[in-house]
Ligand binder design. Structure first.
Ligand SMILES: [Zn+2]
Ligand SMILES: [Zn+2]
Length: 175
């Protein structure tokens, strides 16, 4: 959704205090695409600061479905979004300023809510997702989910990198 910023940008710079729906159903990133199962509304407070800067505060919460890093089972992960950022709306000033956030979601007088949410999800996205702390993962030989049962493969508990090293040793013996 596109939010019109003209009331906060023009005199008397009335703040925008609103809740808007998050329309995105799937979050796409370099890691893949992840369904967003539940989404709260995004509460936005946008205030004008001097010198054509805006302060944008936002709060929302989404629940994403992300596969477990070890066994690939779907895990529902709550991702709270809670941010405050200052951005410049002066076109001449958007470059070479470290403190200012990227403004790829602002275009003239409009704010692209989905793009803003996407940015924040990228920042808040969990780096590690496990279905449980003691997830046993999947067998690297047959693919059995070891949380759900065992398999008869040899050395299933062994890290695949270790078996590669073991093979190297075997080869040494044969020489
Ligand atoms: Zn798991
Ligand atoms: Zn196996």
């Amino acid at each position: 959704m596109i939010l019109d910023l003209s009331s906060v940008l023009s005199e008397p710079h009335r703040p925008i205090d609103t809740s808007v729906p998050v329309e995105m159903d799937v979050f796409q990133s370099a890691q893949g695409s992840f369904p967003l199962k539940e989404k709260s509304e995004l509460h936005l407070l946008i205030e004008y600061e001097k010198e054509r800067k805006l302060q944008i505060s936002g709060k929302a919460e989404v629940t994403a479905v992300i596969p477990c890093d070890r066994c690939l089972k779907d895990v529902e992960v709550r991702i709270p979004l809670d941010f405050t950022k200052k951005i410049s709306v002066d076109p001449e000033e958007t470059e070479d300023s470290d403190e200012l956030d990227e403004t790829n979601y602002i275009d003239g007088c409009s704010l692209d809510v989905e793009q803003l949410v996407r940015n924040e999800l990228l920042v808040g996205w969990p780096t590690k997702v496990l279905c449980s702390d003691d997830c046993k993962g999947i067998c690297s030989v047959c693919g059995q989910n070891l949380n759900e049962g065992t398999c008869d493969c040899e050395d299933t508990s062994l890290d695949p990198r270790m078996s590669a090293i073991r093979d190297v040793f075997k080869n040494f013996k044969e020489v």
